[in-house]
Design a protein around this ligand. Structure first.
Ligand SMILES: [Mg+2]
Length: 274
């Protein structure tokens, strides 16, 4: 589908790429680095003692880390190599999308809304984002496959340490994620899969955060009480949904991994677990 059929798409692309160019320019001029502003406290304060910790995946235990070589040979719909800022903008849309990242058709919008419930809809939605960002086939298909590759996700520096310390203390661990592929493969790549007792993945459970059902799935699997459970995540809106069931919530910042060396340790220390 061409941009001509979607009058807003071209303008949105321009605005987003302009913003990415401005960010890149600010960084080159020594502009402000992203900083960790997550509070070192849990909500409600004083909750616990805890018998279980539920973790979000993306931006919490792991972060999507793109590689330059992914874009080698990838061209836009004019046949030109992608500028570095256009690459950054595409990755942003794929990993931290807010609202609708491109102008969707009705069918694509439906796929977008159901992307974490059905792998086929996930593929449809993200290919629409790539194509709407000016990436043509077969490049769009290639990039989509890379984004689903387990090695594209890297653990935060303190992820392994925290999971091992929780195991040593007998604290149960569950992962609760809005996701359309099997995260166990990502954890297995780092030898961490055995440290997670329950997996509540939206496409398997049939519900996404912040709906109660996905948190309930985790609590039932671990057989723990809500007031003995801490949810840790980078989204107050999605992960903080656990509070509606009576769990406590601790927020971390989804920074690049090298800029968040101890975010998990700090929140679990604030919760008096470590
Ligand atoms: Mg997250």
């Amino acid at each position: 589908m061409s941009r001509h059929e979607r009058p807003d798409a071209g303008r949105a692309v321009e605005q987003n790429v302009e913003a990415a160019v401005a960010d890149a320019a600010a960084r080159e001029q020594g502009g402000p680095e992203p900083v960790d502003t997550a509070p070192d406290r849990i909500d409600p304060p004083g909750a616990g003692p805890f018998e279980a910790v539920l973790f979000d995946f993306s931006g919490t235990l792991f972060r999507f880390t793109e590689r330059d070589e992914w874009f080698e040979g990838v061209t836009d719909d004019a046949g030109e190599p992608l500028h570095i800022t256009a690459q950054a903008e595409i990755i942003r849309r794929m990993t931290a999308p807010t609202g609708e990242p491109v102008a969707f058709t009705d069918e694509e919008r439906q796929a977008w809304e159901q992307r974490d419930l059905d792998p086929a809809q996930h593929r449809r939605a993200y290919l629409a984002v790539l194509r709407g960002s000016g990436i043509t086939d077969p490049h769009a298909e290639k990039l989509y496959e890379l984004i689903r590759t387990p090695s594209a996700w890297q653990p935060y520096p303190d992820t392994a340490q925290v999971l091992r310390e929780l195991a040593a203390r007998g604290i149960k661990v569950g992962v609760v994620s809005n996701i359309a592929f099997d995260l166990r493969e990502v954890f297995a790549l780092y030898g961490l899969d055995d440290l997670v007792a329950s997996w509540s993945l939206s496409y398997e459970v049939g519900a996404t955060k912040p709906r109660a059902r996905i948190f309930r799935h985790a609590l039932d699997a671990l057989d723990v009480a809500t007031d003995a459970t801490l949810m840790v995540g980078d989204s107050a809106e999605a992960d903080g949904g656990a509070m509606a069931l009576g769990c406590a919530f601790g927020e971390v910042e989804p920074l690049p991994i090298e800029q968040r060396p101890d975010g998990l340790v700090r929140i679990l220390t604030a919760a008096a677990i470590l």
